[in-house]
Design a protein around this ligand. Structure first.
Ligand SMILES: [Zn+2]
Length: 469
């Protein structure tokens, strides 16, 4: 995408949001929000009501929609950024797009997040029936998940607003990411988890120095955070009220950068489809907002269709029923994709799917580990189990003829496979230790003779496939 087209994006979003007064709306005072650069108010993603910067971001979303169909807010930007303002000295990180984000570059708490590779994945693509497949590998972020795009913005805003404690309800990637950025910012971090959670991600959270509060009852995690926010002013990044509307509206802005990068990496065009794993839809709605901004600024001429790979089917159900209110589904099985196991998603995800004419695909445990291994073996990308659900969704939509063979498809792989090794690896496959090279050769002859064939021709040139930002 031409750089000169980038700068108007924030203004485009703001102009789209303004001028849509809704019943019960408060006219935003055009006063910048302390600690949040360029933000003059918030608007409801569902009804368009606008609110001043003083509205409390209390995890219940738009007050006007709360009773009918809870919906998240999004920020209104004050003024257009200069289109040519990505300076040569801009950092090689997500903060390259600081002028699109609700926090000034000087206040950024960064670990070099973003700018992840978009990898041409023809081999696995062919096996799924979509040779034009690209993997956006978000496992390359500083804490090995896409949550860093959220945390870098949320923690930057929190610190600029004077918060001393940031908090989240998570036993996984979100907690690990927030803990890392809090450490980087010199802030305290509290992560509420539920009893019994364990594994690499919890170890990661503790290593970053966060205070972990395990609670036996899952819902107590949110109660604890709601009390802490009101009593002690903790900056809570995650959802903490039901029904869920999503995470902190300013943090979600960080996910827009995934769309900016994909379009740049594809040479200024959007893919036909963009698929990702979805829990409450923070990333889905953020990525969709990024594509919409690019479209509004004519940086792209058409929008992609979004695909949500979900576990229990609340989005597919809402798409079918037409309701704006998502139903809680009964969890009929324990998903291996722990990062997206919630029984109900949020309106923000539904909206992105509807607006993009996208699809929600329910993915269970069948074929999950096999797909993880297929991706690792055929492309060299080892992804978390939840992160390969988009590939299963793409395969299903291709079989159903929804995705065409020639379509250009991007799968956002959200986290590294090292995150949930405890779930994806049953145990050591083979403990044999050879006493000599002779024994090792004998074993190869018996078990893997394919390794002993001489190549008929010289090995093919190394495939070019990584598109550097
Ligand atoms: Zn509303």
């Amino acid at each position: 995408m031409p750089r000169q087209q980038l700068g108007k994006l924030a203004a485009g979003a703001s102009q789209a949001n303004e001028g849509r007064p809704a019943p019960g709306s408060h006219e935003p005072k055009r006063r910048a929000m302390p600690g949040a650069a360029n933000i003059v108010g918030f608007t409801c993603i569902r009804c368009g009501a606008s609110y001043p910067t003083t509205i409390e971001i209390d995890s219940s979303g738009c007050p006007a929609c709360h009773e009918t169909a809870p919906a998240n807010l999004k920020p209104i930007y004050a003024s257009p950024a200069d289109p040519r303002t990505i300076p040569a000295s801009a950092p090689r990180s997500l903060w390259r797009y600081a002028h699109m984000l609700p926090c000034a570059l000087k206040d950024a708490v960064s670990l070099g997040e973003g700018q992840t590779p978009l990898i041409e994945a023809t081999r696995i693509g062919r096996s799924l029936g979509v040779p034009n497949l690209f993997i956006k590998d978000e496992g390359r972020n500083p804490t090995w998940s896409h949550k860093d795009r959220f945390s870098t913005v949320a923690v930057s805003v929190a610190r600029a607003q004077g918060a001393t404690v940031v908090a989240t309800a998570s036993s996984g990637n979100a907690g690990a990411s927030l803990a890392a950025y809090a450490a980087r910012a010199g802030l305290r971090c509290v992560v509420t988890t539920f009893g019994g959670s364990a594994g690499a991600m919890l170890a990661q959270i503790r290593k970053y120095g966060a205070t972990v509060l395990p609670l036996v009852n899952k819902t107590d995690r949110w109660t604890m955070l709601a009390e802490a926010a009101s009593r002690h002013g903790w900056f809570v990044a995650s959802p903490y009220r039901a029904p869920v509307v999503g995470s902190h509206a300013l943090g979600i802005e960080g996910y827009k950068t995934i769309a900016y990068e994909i379009v740049e990496q594809l040479g200024g065009v959007a893919p036909d489809w963009c698929a990702l794993p979805v829990c409450y839809g923070d990333a889905l709605s953020g990525v969709w907002a990024g594509f919409q901004e690019l479209f509004a600024q004519r940086a792209i001429t058409r929008l992609p269709k979004m695909v949500a790979a979900e576990v229990h089917g609340s989005l597919a159900r809402a798409l079918a029923s037409g309701s704006d209110r998502l139903e809680e589904r009964s969890a009929t099985f324990e998903s291996l994709a722990i990062s997206i196991g919630a029984p109900r998603s949020a309106y923000q995800a539904l909206m992105a799917l509807r607006e993009s004419s996208g699809r929600a695909v329910s993915v269970n445990n069948n074929g999950l580990i096999e797909m993880q291994e297929c991706l690792a073996r055929s492309e060299g990308i080892f992804a978390e189990l939840a992160s390969v659900t988009p590939l299963l969704a793409i395969a299903r939509l291709r079989r159903e003829g929804v995705i065409a063979a020639e379509d250009r498809v991007v799968a956002i792989v959200t986290a590294s496979g090292l995150k949930d090794l405890d779930r994806s690896v049953a145990g050591p496959a083979d403990n044999t230790i050879f006493q000599s090279t002779g024994e090792a050769w004998e074993w190869l002859v018996r078990k893997d003779a394919g390794l002993l064939m001489k190549p008929a021709i010289a090995p093919a040139a190394h495939r070019a496939g990584i598109i550097d930002p």
